[in-house]
Design a protein around this ligand. Structure first.
Ligand code: TXA
Ligand code: MG
Length: 315
């Protein structure tokens, strides 16, 4: 259903309203110093799934989690000495750190697209900083544009692409930096995963040594190709209406009988997306998995993309 998107002023009332909408599981776009983000409560799987639906993303890329400060970040991920040095030097600011996820982080598996690492940043800005403090939890947010379009740097850009499909946009005017954050992986030695708003020279100066670069052909824009990307150990067969003996069925929709787990008994693709990674994990290690057909529309395309990767031959 399309409803009017609220345009919120960047004052205390607008920020309170935005935080209340996020708590309800609604999508709210907000300005950071880099670009506008499309935010959802990172702990609510359905809200996170709505991000992918609103953007029309055909794939589940991992999302950056935005928090108010380093303390909040350390409740979600494990920071080694390099990660701490970079966070202390550049947060709040246009730097995202990818670190190992902490057990019990409470994040929806959809946020990390099933990875064991999480991208976290403390953004700077007169709107996003009070928003994150008022909301008080982790906010998952990709750039607030339709998939394949350029990132928005004004509230009008956001509304041109997503107006009607999201609850609200906090209008904080033009963003300062205009390109996305620089992403550095700190799960082994610090590694540049995406160039962005913070120059790599500044990062290397703070580290006191050069950054490693992402392995060729393994860009974070294709997280499904990252070696660390989660794929179940169990063999997976797709588009299955009649499971073979010994196979356990990951079902979808109301007509499926005898499913071990059903991604959405009512046939809701948003619900199915929010359950996908958690259910694959739960079914893993107990024999071959068969998966019901998933319709190739809406979030179904992203679900099928991810399932195809999970079912592809392993290296
Ligand atoms: O400036 C920005 O970074 C903006 C604002 C809104 O914060 N956000 C942004 O998000 O650019 P997005 O979704 O357009 O880009 C997120 C990218 C993913 O595509 C992926 O490349 C990387 O972040 N990423 C996130 N988590 C990751 C992880 N655990 N491992 C590897 N890459 C990750
Ligand atoms: Mg983007």
């Amino acid at each position: 259903m399309q409803t009017a998107t609220e345009r919120l002023a960047p004052d205390a009332a607008g920020i309170d309203r935005a935080a209340a909408l996020l708590r309800q599981g609604a999508l709210v776009a907000f300005p950071t110093e880099t670009v506008y983000g499309l935010g959802a409560d990172a702990r609510q799987g359905t809200a996170v799934a709505e991000i992918f639906a609103a953007k029309g993303r055909p794939q589940f890329n991992p999302l950056i989690v935005h928090v108010a400060d380093l303390d909040a970040a350390r409740r979600l991920g494990d920071f080694d000495a390099d990660a701490l040095a970079l966070a202390n030097a550049f947060w709040p600011g246009p730097l995202t750190l990818v670190v190992p996820m902490r057990a019990g982080s409470g994040l929806s598996e959809l946020v990390t697209a099933g990875l064991r690492t999480v991208g976290i940043r403390v953004p700077a800005g007169t709107v996003v900083e009070p928003l994150l403090r008022t909301f008080g939890g982790p906010v998952a947010a990709p750039s607030a544009n339709l998939s394949g379009k350029v990132s928005p740097t004004t509230a009008d850009h956001v509304l041109e692409g997503l107006g009607g499909g999201i609850a609200a946009v906090l209008d904080g005017g033009r963003t300062e930096v205009g390109v996305e954050s620089t992403i550095v992986g700190c799960f082994d030695h610090p590694r540049l995963l995406r160039p962005g708003g913070l120059p790599t020279e500044s990062i290397e100066a703070a580290l006191g040594r050069p950054l490693a670069h992402a392995p060729a052909g393994k860009t974070p824009n294709a997280p499904g190709q990252l070696a660390s990307h989660y794929a179940p150990d169990a063999p997976i067969r797709l588009n299955v209406t009649a499971p073979r003996p010994g196979e356990r069925l990951l079902g979808f929709g109301p007509t499926v009988k005898d499913a071990d787990l059903n991604l959405s008994p009512s046939g809701d693709l948003v619900e199915a997306a929010s359950n996908l990674f958690a259910y694959l994990r739960r079914m893993d290690g107990r024999g071959p998995i068969a998966v019901s057909p998933i319709p190739e529309r809406g979030l179904g395309r992203a679900i099928n993309d991810r399932l195809a990767r999970a079912a592809a031959p392993r290296p």
